[in-house]
Design a protein around this ligand. Structure first.
Ligand code: G6P
Length: 375
């Protein structure tokens, strides 16, 4: 009903707007009590995750398992955890992991990501890992769900109920869970000292306000979407974390607007996708990682010379991008490990506005279910 949608036309838009609060709630839940409240004195409470220093120090690596958007959170987590905790990370689709007879390293931590905590493939993969004697940590939104009950450790996300089939706020809270986990791992492995922990946590604490600023700028995306509702193919390109962001942006777009889109690691373009670029094809570049900025920018120049119409999503300050792209959207600055939390928001809005401009059922896209409890 209209009341349930809190004045918004669709649950998806309501849930996009709930992200600042969902992020803040999830973040605060894992701060230690003594420091909670004191603004600049943050500390992650390891015990609240159920993890101990001894367990973390015994780890040789992390395996992350999920489906759909939860898998995309894993793709970002791979970069963040490897960088902050220097542990090797492998990300897998649950439906692949469960059947591939993985070579089991008993010192791997298996991290299972699921909004519903009921996805059949994810549950089966987690059970497989447990049977092999591996420790499992579940990042789950629904309290008391099967995956939460069966995992050894649970990191609940506090997104609240998510109704729209296309996930927005649950995805955003899963990212927070991953950042906190990465910081815990880095701390216990002696790579992050107290000062660095403070700095990183202060950056996470500042995300809700920055997400809000992006949402406040939504009309620019609505205007841009109106021009592309007839698009047939859209390409998202980025490197590193930006590639992971592209995968989620592309999924958001295709699942609700039914526009075919593909996410491509920008350096791979020349090995295939570039043959699909025609006059007017929309290519969206994501450039939040300064080390990779020039590289992706030159990939944008390559497709532009083949006729592509370019949107660039980058950090404020990178104003020279306007010399190359047709439409630029600037994100507030943040520590680059956490850039997904900001960059995903305009892409959610873009998918939303495309679907709305095509008159589609945004909250219930055809053929999709919110949670898939059969194989
Ligand atoms: C379904 C939904 C996706 C979701 C995936 C995993 O396919 O349509 O949006 O990402 O399941 O769901 P989970 O509840 O495990 O996060």
């Amino acid at each position: 009903t209209a009341a349930e949608k809190g004045g918004y036309e669709h649950f998806m838009m309501k849930e996009i707007h709930e992200q600042p609060k969902a992020i803040a709630d999830t973040f605060r839940a894992y701060l230690s009590d003594e420091t909670d409240g004191k603004k600049l004195d943050y500390r992650v409470d390891l015990a609240k995750l159920g993890l101990t220093d001894e367990l973390i120090q015994s780890l040789s690596g992390v395996t992350i398992i999920g489906c759909g958007s939860a898998y995309h959170v894993g793709a970002t987590a791979q970069y963040v955890i490897e960088d902050l905790a220097k542990l090797s990370v492998r990300v897998e689709f649950a439906s692949e992991y469960r059947y591939r007879h993985p070579v089991i390293d008993p010192n791997n931590l298996v991290v299972v990501i699921s909004q519903s905590g009921e996805t059949a493939d994810t549950l089966a993969a987690m059970r497989e890992a447990k049977e092999q004697g591996l420790k499992t940590l579940a990042i789950v939104n629904v309290i008391g769900s099967v995956i939460a009950r069966e995992a050894d450790f649970v990191l609940y996300t506090y997104a609240g109920p998510e109704i729209s089939v296309a996930t927005t706020k649950a995805y955003s809270t899963q990212l927070i869970g991953v950042y906190l986990l990465a910081i815990c791992l880095g701390k216990a492995r002696g790579l992050i000292d107290e000062r660095e922990e403070q700095r990183l946590l202060a950056e996470i604490a500042a995300l809700p306000e920055k997400v809000q600023r992006i949402i406040d700028d939504k009309e620019r995306l609505q205007w841009f979407a109106a021009k592309f509702s007839n698009a047939k193919d859209v390409f998202f390109i980025g490197r590193g974390i930006d590639y992971a962001i592209c995968m989620e942006g592309s999924l958001k777009m295709k699942e609700i607007s039914y526009i075919h889109s593909e996410a491509y690691a920008a350096g791979e373009l020349k090995h295939g996708t570039i043959s699909l670029i025609e006059d007017g094809t929309l290519v969206i570049g994501v450039l939040t990682q300064s080390e990779l900025y020039e590289k992706t920018l030159s990939n944008l120049v390559e497709v532009k010379s083949r006729g592509a119409y370019l949107m660039g999503l980058t950090t404020s300050g990178n104003y020279d991008i306007e010399d190359t792209v047709n439409f630029a959207f600037f994100l507030p600055k943040t520590d680059e490990h956490f850039a997904d939390s900001l960059a995903v928001v305009p892409l959610q809005l873009l998918g939303y506005y495309l679907a709305v401009s095509k008159g589609l059922d945004v909250d219930k896209p055809r053929n999709l279910a919110k949670s898939v409890t059969v194989e």
